[in-house]
Design a protein around this ligand. Structure first.
Ligand code: IPE
Ligand code: IPE
Ligand code: MG
Length: 247
């Protein structure tokens, strides 16, 4: 990272970074540990990533922590993940406050265990006036489910004559997503070498730059995030235009 071309600058940072934190299970297996040890170790990567992103002035960071599909995992693993979430929220509240980070959550939150849900609500309330960065946890989140909910809610409004079918446009859809208060994703990172989106922010990442790294989530450190950000800064985002039109 000491080559001049590989230096991160404050200019052209992504506004919204979203991360698919994957590879905890494989990390654990590699060291002959139980899968849950990988999840536990992954919480250190979360802390380091959040602090580094805040330090650089990233305004929106969204972390995929638990998908709608992850409910199909063995119950002991699901239970451990929910407990880890609760403990991390409790433990890291001072980190959020110190860095001026507001906690937000997206997903079908009512499916979370009551205690985890209450802890989440508490930390969201306590951090609600922080404005340096919005940290969004995607919990029991699935993009298809999010779109299903949005369509249902729009249909209800049409039925009740609150909006007309002709009045539905892209901003209507946006406004009915869990992410209605977040901007589009600029950079989406996935760890662990898998090359897929796994039902994460399908609508919001329509024009996101993608960055895949083989690094397993528990090994992900600030240098790895830096590498992704430097890579992002070298991209030309054309949004359908020609290169010449951009200058
Ligand atoms: C990511 O790691 C954490 C969650 C999906 C909750 P995994 O648990 O998916 O780890 P791998 O993919 O099995 O290695
Ligand atoms: C995606 O990882 C979900 C999270 C990181 C929370 P998975 O490990 O569940 O994804 P697949 O099943 O490999 O696509
Ligand atoms: Mg996985």
């Amino acid at each position: 990272m000491n080559d001049e071309n590989n230096i991160l600058t404050k200019e052209f940072l992504p506004n919204h970074v979203a991360i698919i934190m994957d590879g905890n299970g494989r990390w654990a297996k590699k060291q002959g540990l139980m899968r849950v040890a990988g999840h536990e170790s992954g919480t250190k990567s979360v802390k380091e990533t959040v602090e580094y992103a805040a330090k650089w002035g990233i305004k929106f960071l969204t972390l995929y922590a638990f998908s709608t599909e992850n409910w199909k995992r063995p119950k002991p693993e699901v239970d451990t993940l929910m407990n880890l979430l609760m403990n991390a929220l409790k433990k890291e509240l001072p980190t959020l406050q110190k860095n001026g980070i507001r906690l937000n959550a997206i997903g079908r939150l009512s499916q979370l265990p009551k205690k985890a849900y209450a802890q989440l609500q508490e930390v969201m309330t306590l951090t609600k006036s922080n404005s340096n960065m919005i940290l969004t946890l995607a919990l029991s989140y699935g993009a298809r489910e999010e779109l299903e909910q949005a369509v249902k809610n729009i249909a209800i409004k049409v039925k009740n004559n609150i909006i007309s079918p002709d009045g539905i446009d892209q901003s209507t859809i946006n406004n009915h997503l869990y992410t209605h208060n977040l901007p589009d994703v600029d950079l989406m990172i996935r760890t662990s070498g898998e090359l897929r989106i796994s039902n994460f922010l399908l609508w919001q990442a329509a024009y996101a730059e993608l960055f895949f790294t083989p690094v397993l989530w528990p090994d992900f450190r600030k240098e790895n995030l830096q590498e992704a950000l430097v890579d992002y800064q070298k991209r030309e985002r054309r949004f359908g235009k020609t290169s010449e039109q951009l200058t």
